[in-house]
Ligand binder design. Structure first.
Ligand SMILES: C[S@@+](CC[C@H](N)C(=O)[O-])C[C@H]1O[C@@H](n2cnc3c(N)ncnc32)[C@H](O)[C@@H]1O
Length: 314
């Protein structure tokens, strides 16, 4: 399912909703989400909040899910997905674009979000929506369990509990995504320890299961460029035709999945100068640092010229 059909669905869902109401809700929600602090009650508190969330966040959370899921080893065939805290269904659109026809069950506490997720997906991804709040039982398991931009609304204890739910309901893979901030990275690191302790393997982004070599103020995050529709520009303001969504993530696979030989991960935009490419890499031996690749290195240089932030580099 293409990005443009998602944006068409969003255009249709917002038609007739007063722009002033949407913009006010976007401002309120984005201020609150920026705090990245636990929420005792749903942050999307009204139907307008839900539509506003979909209009200003869904293209970006879709793009982050799509980018992260693209690293899943090809041997993992996904036909069912459980999306914890699935909101308005962004992950389902990413899943459908990678594994057309796969069915996503959106487990979501906010009724208006479940309802909008179903409306948006009419004629698009195959989705079901079930009411769910962390702590309640969930009688669904799936090949892949996702939780995107959910941990930041939870306390540490709740985060551990959500990761346990994800691991216990997934057959092959679990994807966790957080904002690409130092706080988001810390939550991913915490989840990473839990995932490794449970005997799961990391498929991406880490090329090893050793301690993370990054040292503060550095943090592991990636970015994906998201085209901004006129609807997005209207509700969020700003003139640029794109925005860069920064995200931190962890893609884990069950112990019996054959994971390809790991290669280094590019941690920054490569710096390209005449005859030289400077890469910042996280390496399979557990180290991280810079590598200058020169034209004299032939094929390695040509490979370095082609990689981007977030890619693997052999
Ligand atoms: C920022 S939204 C992300 C929505 C969607 N996953 C996405 O990527 O667009 C956070 C979601 O987490 C859900 N959530 C927050 N706290 C929760 C809890 N205690 N139990 C279940 N879901 C929760 C919210 O209802 C909301 O849909």
């Amino acid at each position: 399912m293409s990005e443009s059909s998602l944006s068409d669905a969003l255009e249709a869902a917002t038609r007739g909703v007063p722009v002033a109401q949407l913009t006010a809700a976007v401002r309120r929600l984005s201020d609150r989400y920026r705090q990245e602090s636990p929420a005792s009650a749903p942050l999307m508190a009204s139907a307008i909040d839900v539509v506003a969330y979909a209009a200003y966040r869904m293209p970006a959370t879709y793009a982050a899910c799509h980018a992260a899921l693209s690293s899943l080893p090809t041997e993992v065939v996904v036909s069912s997905v459980l999306d914890l805290g699935g909101g308005t269904g962004a992950a389902a659109w990413a899943v459908d674009s990678l594994w057309p026809g796969a069915r996503t069950t959106i487990a979501e506490q906010v009724p208006a979000a479940r309802s909008l997720a179903l409306d948006l997906a009419a004629g698009g991804p195959a989705v079901a929506a079930v009411p769910w709040r962390l702590g309640e039982s969930l009688a669904v398991s799936a090949d892949l369990v996702t939780a995107s931009y959910v941990l930041s609304e939870l306390t540490d204890v709740q985060q551990d509990s959500l990761v346990s739910v994800a691991l216990s309901h997934a057959r092959w893979a679990v994807l966790l995504i957080e904002p690409g901030t130092p706080g988001g990275y810390q939550r991913i690191l915490r989840a990473r320890s839990q995932v490794l302790q449970a005997g799961w393997q990391i498929a991406a982004p880490c090329p090893h299961a050793l301690g993370c070599p990054l040292v503060a103020p550095d943090w592991c995050h990636f970015a994906v460029r998201v085209p901004r529709s006129s609807l997005h520009r209207q509700v969020k303001g700003g003139e640029l035709s794109y925005e860069d969504e920064k995200f931190s993530y962890l893609l884990a696979v069950a112990r019996d999945v054959a994971v390809p030989e790991p290669s280094a991960r590019v941690l920054r935009h490569p710096v390209k100068r005449k005859g030289l490419v400077e890469l910042t890499l996280c390496r399979p031996d557990g180290s991280a640092g810079r590598e200058i690749v020169s034209k004299k290195q032939g094929p390695r240089y040509r490979a370095a010229r082609d990689v981007d932030w977030g890619d693997n580099f052999v």
